[in-house]
Structures are given as C-alpha cells and as structure tokens.
Design a protein around this ligand. Structure first.
Ligand code: NAP
Length: 504
C-alpha cells in the first residue's frame, strides 16, 4: 500500500489547501509539497470543535470508546503505508515505526476500556442531611467533566505515539474533548495519513466532523494562533523547552489563561552507587551506551548524565561506556535542524571549564555520532549549562568525590522526567538517602534499569517539575493523563431526572 500525500489540511471533515506551500524534508525518499497553515484555518477548526463539543462532550462513554477503537482500526488498516511514509520522513527504522504504531493503537484501545470502566469520572456523593443542625446539608454529587476543545502539538521524535493520534489526542477524545492538532513540520505526510484514518473513523461512527482537525504548520503563527484562540480550553504539547516555554507564556497571557500541559526535555541523570559499580561497572557502562544511542539518542528520557564516585571502579565504568559507544556508527537524525542543534549542544558541553573528552567523533549533515565527556561534580555544580539537555547520543560522566558530593548533585537538579539509581543490595543505605531527594525532582524514579522505554499503563507518570514539564501535577502517558482534560463539577440538589446519565 503506497501513500502519496495531497498536502492539505483537514478542517472539520474537509480537506483544504492554501496557495503557499512548504516542502517536507524526508531523510530518504520523495519530498512533497504541503499547504502552509493560516490563522483563518485555525479559527475555522476551533469554531467547528466548539460546535462539536455540544454533541461529543455529552456523548456516552460507549460511543466514545467505539470511536477510539475505530481510529485504532483505521490506523492499523493503513499500517504499511504509515510505516513507509514515517520511515521516509523521520529516518527512523521500520521496526521502530511498527512498534510505535502498536503503542499508538494500544493507547487508543486502552483509553476505550478505561472510560468504559468509569473510574476516571471519580464520582462522589454526599447524601442530603435534611435534619442536620444547625443547617441541613444539601444533596451533593461530583464528577469529572470534559473541558472543551483541546489543542495538540506533537514532537518530532515520536511521529505516531506523541503526535496526530498520540497520547494527548487519545486522552482528550476519551475525555469528550474535540481536538485541533498543529501538524509537525518534521513529519507532515505521517500526520496526513493519520488524520485520514481519524476522518474515516468519524465517518464510520457518525461523530460530529468538528471533533478533529489537523492544521499543518509551515509557519509559526499557526501554533501561536491556536494557543491564543478563545475557544481552546487547554493545550497538550510535547517538544522542546524553548518552544514549550514560548507557547506556555502565550497561554498565561491570554485574557482567559488556560492550562498548558508541556512535556519538555530532560537530562535524566543516573546515580551509580559504589557497590553496583564495583560489582558490574563494565556491564553498566555497556548498558548505558545502548540506552544513550537508541534512536540516535532522540528520546526525552535519554540518560545524558551518569554520576559516579571517584576511583578506578568509576573509571572502568566510563571506559566500558566509551568502548561500546565507539563501536556505534553514524545515525541519521530526525531533521537537519535537530542535527545542527545536536552539534551546538556538543560544542557547549565540550567548551565547559574542566570538561574532558573521553570519546570524540565526527558528525555532519543530518547525522549523529556518539560523544562522551567527563567532568567533576564541582565543575558540574558550577556550570548550569552542563545540566541542559543535549538532544542526541551524548553522555557526560560526572565524578563526585564522595557520597556527600553525589547528594549535592542530586539536590541541585532541576525538574526531570526520570532519575535512575543503579544499586546493589549493599547500596541500600545510600539509595534510601537519595530517594527522597530524587522523588522531589522527577516524575519517575527507577532502579537498575534505563529510563528509555515508557510503559503505557495505569501507574505511569511521564512528567515532572519544570523544566521537565510545565505542569508537575500531570502525566502525558498512561491513563492518568486523561485528568488533564477534565474538571470536577459539583451538582447540588439537581434532581435525578436532570442529572447527567453518568451520575444517576
Ligand atoms: P519543538 O521544536 O519544540 O517542536 C514541537 C512543536 O512545537 C512543533 O509543532 C513546532 O512547530 C512547535 N513550535 C516550537 N516552537 C514554537 C514557537 N516558538 N512558536 C510556535 N510553535 C512552536 O520540539 P521537537 O524538535 O519536535 O522535539 C524534540 C524535543 O521534544 C526534545 O527536547 C525532546 O526531549 C522533547 N520531547 C519531550 C517528550 C516528553 O514527553 N517530555 C517526548 C518527546 C520529545 P514546527 O513544526 O514549526 O517546528
């Protein structure tokens, strides 16, 4: 099955083109022309989303579950074509696109069963106490309601699972919120075929067509118009700190400020406790290299920093990482811009005072090769640039004099998506001291593993204090992520004949 994009926007069931176009920049294969989005198209999509809310926002959970499952089916029906256009645009290997499609349809189906179970409504009831003195208590019921139209921005590195029909879209649609997606310019054709699948599911299920629109980018004013549109009630964003912060600020400056759920970058530090390093430092170094170079290091959960104690065992860990990294060749990156940003991130780390090169390499054009650096904890603590994300396969070993200095590194961390402890049983005392610090810093704390690979489940938290995300109370992965697009409403003395069906 081949797919040739027509390059148009999907606005409430209509494919619409504009005169101005931009070219896709595939890693391999043919480039296509895509219509540039405009604020007028954003307005039409938002108006349609608001109109759709009056039916979709009040639809039954069964109807929405059927719709989510239909989207999953339609994506699967286009499976080969999705893989072909996705690999061409991103340069990610076929196996990755197939796996990511499985995760994407799995998320949609998980949300279908999650809303059918109904727990997410968090229904509560304080029965009336008419005889209570000195005042009677009214009948009080509460449940979570959808908030209205939601804007979604996906990231370049997950063209399916964090994009057009990714976690944000699935969670919003499950909650009962229509969605307007700003297409990512790194994978516009992948966005188009997924929008086509959603459109087919809308037709199949008879859902209001305004429930989903895709406006391609090509110009930054599409994104700014979308987050500023008065009918948009929340934004789900996955991407860079710079982009996320710019759009977050626009949301806060609106006449009616709205929540901006930005999932941003992170360095995901690993704390290598001494007995684990002494007993299996080489294996840990090899494992780190594998995690660091997976997908050319283009994961928000990439573990960019490993903190070790000074001494020969820490050195052996770093050497093993260097040996494994040096065997990894060049990998193609998602876009020319991301490859250029990787090289400037490398230059920033390499220029840090007291930073030593353990592995250097040559990468150019759209390629990435691994780099490994080492610095002392004292230097790292003195230079905040060393704590910034480098999006790509670059590792920094931070050498602490002792456990106190390792704790200082932990305490100085900004918000992270993940923090990892590598430990043996005999490291438990040090781990017990670290855990309370790390849980204040990250959405997920893990032991003896690597943070790349995020399970989509009921317990997952993919978020963290700023700058890992702009809303530390939320997750963008897992069933809990639906809470971002709901708000509690209390119904006081509303007769059963009038209450929403879910509350009766
Ligand atoms: P990005 O450059 O921030 O782009 C994300 C989206 O925001 C794109 O649609 C982009 O538009 C738009 N955008 C960016 N800056 C904007 C601005 N100033 N005004 C209006 N729109 C703007 O991020 P990316 O390169 O796609 O993704 C890589 C980053 O995402 C990495 O930092 C990675 O760690 C992070 N990430 C985080 C998670 C997570 O869950 N926390 C997951 C995956 C990736 P264009 O299409 O015009 O570029």
């Amino acid at each position: 099955m081949t797919f040739t994009p027509h390059g148009k926007h999907l606005v409430a069931g209509e494919w619409i083109g504009t005169e101005a176009t931009f070219q896709s920049e595939p890693a391999h294969g043919e480039a296509f022309a895509f219509s540039v989005g405009t604020p007028a198209l954003v307005d039409a999509a938002c108006q349609a989303a608001e109109e759709a809310f009056w039916s979709y926002g009040y639809s039954s959970r069964e109807e929405r579950a059927a719709f989510l499952n239909a989207i999953a089916d339609e994506i699967d029906a286009r499976g080969e074509a999705v893989t072909a256009i996705g690999t061409s645009e991103t340069g990610l290997p076929e196996g990755r696109l197939i796996g990511e499609r499985g995760r994407t349809v799995g998320q949609l189906r998980l949300f279908a069963s999650h809303i059918l179970a109904g727990d997410y409504l968090d229904r509560r009831h304080d029965a009336a106490l008419p005889d209570r003195a000195p005042l009677p208590r009214p009948d009080l019921r509460m449940m979570q309601r959808p908030i209205g139209p939601v804007a979604v921005f996906g990231a370049s590195n997950f063209p399916l699972a964090f994009s057009t029909a990714g976690g944000d879209t699935a969670a919003a649609l499950a909650a009962g919120c229509p969605v307007v997606v700003k297409g990512h310019s790194a994978h516009p054709g992948t966005g188009e075929i997924i929008a086509e699948a959603i459109h087919a599911a809308i037709e199949k299920c008879g859902v209001h067509k305004g429930v989903f629109s895709l406006i391609q980018g090509g110009k930054r004013d599409v994104g700014t118009a979308l987050v500023q549109h008065p009918l948009i009630k929340a934004v789900g964003f996955t991407g860079s700190l710079a982009g996320g912060r710019a759009l977050f600020d626009l949301c806060a400056q609106r006449d009616e400020p709205i929540p901006f759920f930005g999932e941003l970058g992170s360095v995901n530090p690993m704390f290598m406790l001494p007995n684990a390093v002494a007993n299996r430092g080489a294996a840990l170094g090899q494992g780190w290299a594998g995690s660091l170079t997976m997908g050319a290091g283009q994961f928000c959960t990439n573990p960019g920093i490993a903190v070790v104690l000074e001494g020969s065992e820490g050195e052996a860990f770093a050497e093993a990482a260097r040996d494994s990294l040096s065997a990894v060749g060049a990998q193609v990156m998602l876009t020319d811009g991301i490859a250029a940003a990787y090289r400037s991130g490398r230059d920033r780390v390499a220029a840090g005072t007291g930073v030593q090169e353990l592995l250097t390499s040559v990468c150019d054009l759209r390629n990435a090769t691994p780099y490994l650096y080492r610095t002392t904890a004292a230097q790292w603590l003195a230079d905040e640039h060393l704590a910034e994300e480098v999006f790509g396969p670059l590792g920094l070993v931070v050498v602490a004099k002792d456990m106190d200095e390792m704790m200082q590194v932990a305490r100085s961390l900004k918000g992270q998506l993940t923090c990892t402890i590598h430990m043996d049983d005999s490291d438990a005392e040090a781990a017990r001291a670290l855990l309370p610090v790390l849980e204040r810093k990250a959405g997920r704390v893990l032991a003896n593993g690597f943070p790349t690979g995020v399970e989509v489940s009921d317990t997952m938290v993919h978020g963290g204090p700023y700058p890992a995300s702009t809303n530390f109370g939320a997750t963008s992965v897992g069933t809990l992520s639906i809470r971002r697009f709901l708000r509690p409403v209390c119904y006081q003395n509303i007769p059963a004949s009038v209450l929403p069906t879910d509350l009766v």
